[in-house]
Write a protein that binds this ligand. Structure first.
Ligand code: ADE
Ligand code: ZN
Length: 347
């Protein structure tokens, strides 16, 4: 795939929607739509501090990451039964399939649930069952990445890992999320070393709101394979060089960055600069129910705002497969499907 100039700007939105893609940065609790939050609250006899779906949705006006996390953790409190976790993930896969997501790696936050007395087994088995069904129902391959909450202690992360180990076969990796500033990656050096020894894949949120130094330590101390967000890397030229040289993927989430005021306007997002600097950038939805869009909304709105073309589209989709934790045969199959899609649009 070398020439994209014969795909017109006019057909670009259709191409973005049609091309197969992988989603590598989706917090499954962030896919809980207000309607499902109310339905689950009703099912589980939980009273929400909002009178209606509309009232809850109108509270989604965020000024920074923490202002979002407060509402996000409250929303997740309606998840009690195994079926609740299944229903949440299944609803995400319905949206993902419509957006031509063919592979998804789902983050989940077990500590948000175990702290409320929900068993680890309930969380993982509901999510895992939905992942298995996604393959049969939608042809989507899916896997789970357990995230440690970085505002909690490393000791609590170790306890969470111990609780999850009986389900080791249902998890492909671990990540690090929640409030970034003041909770640097190196706080979790030992637990990540243990996860690495267990053969788990490693990722971490870094450089969302936090400084480039957090991206350096995520790489050099935690030894992560991908950086979630990473948009603050632009402030550090030597870090940009490192990320480009080592092909460290960034799972960028444009609508999230807009809604959490990381960038004042989507037109000012630096995704295109990161991509043009040779970094392995991908586009993802982060918490789509809260940030106003799933994968294709992120693609179409970002392309319109920063003025990218079909060549950028191909690179972003291809990067999503290159950065996925899938085997070489699956990667080849997905890239062949991507090439076939582009061939159709050129033909
Ligand atoms: N948890 C859910 N979404 C998050 C984000 N964007 N950053 C950090 N933690 C999160
Ligand atoms: Zn995230």
């Amino acid at each position: 795939m070398d020439s994209f100039s014969d795909i017109s700007r006019q057909r670009l939105p259709a191409l973005l929607r049609a091309m197969p893609k992988a989603e590598l940065h989706i917090h499954i609790e962030g896919s809980l739509e207000p309607e499902l939050i109310f339905a689950l609250a009703g099912r589980n006899g939980i009273t929400l501090p909002y009178a209606s779906v509309e009232e809850l949705r109108s509270a989604y006006a965020f000024t920074n990451l923490q202002s979002f996390l407060d509402i996000y953790y409250a929303g997740a409190s309606v998840l009690i039964e195994e079926q609740d976790f299944y229903d949440m993930a299944h609803a995400y896969f319905v949206k993902a399939a419509a957006d031509k997501v063919v592979h998804a790696e789902l983050f989940f936050d077990p500590q948000t649930h175990t702290a409320r007395g929900v068993a680890m087994e309930t969380v993982i088995s509901g999510l895992h069952r939905a992942c298995v069904d996604a393959e049969a129902e939608f042809g989507i391959s899916a896997a789970l990445i357990l995230c440690f909450l970085r505002h909690l202690s490393e000791e609590e992360a170790f306890e969470t890992l111990e609780q999850a180990l009986p389900y080791r076969d249902k998890i492909i990796g671990v990540g690090l999320d929640s409030g970034e500033v003041g909770n640097p990656p190196e706080k979790f050096a030992r637990v990540f070393a243990r996860c690495r020894a267990l053969g788990l894949h490693l990722v971490a949120h870094a450089g969302e709101e936090g400084p480039p130094a957090y991206i350096w330590t995520a790489l050099d101390v935690l030894k992560v394979e991908r950086i979630d967000h990473g948009v603050q890397a632009i402030k550090d030229p030597s870090l940009m060089q490192r990320l480009a040289q080592d092909r460290i993927a960034l799972t960028v989430c444009p609508l999230s960055n807009l809604k959490l005021c990381v960038f004042p306007e989507l037109a000012q997002h630096n995704l295109r600069q990161l991509l043009d600097a040779g970094l392995a950038v991908t586009i993802n939805s982060d918490d789509p129910a809260y940030f106003g869009g799933y994968m294709n909304d992120n693609f179409t709105q970002t392309f319109a705002a920063v003025g990218m073309d079909a060549g950028h589209a191909y690179t972003l989709a291809r990067n999503s497969f290159e950065a996925s934790f899938i085997d070489a045969a699956a990667r080849r199959r997905y890239i062949d499907r991507l090439d076939a899609c582009f061939a159709e649009f050129r033909g």
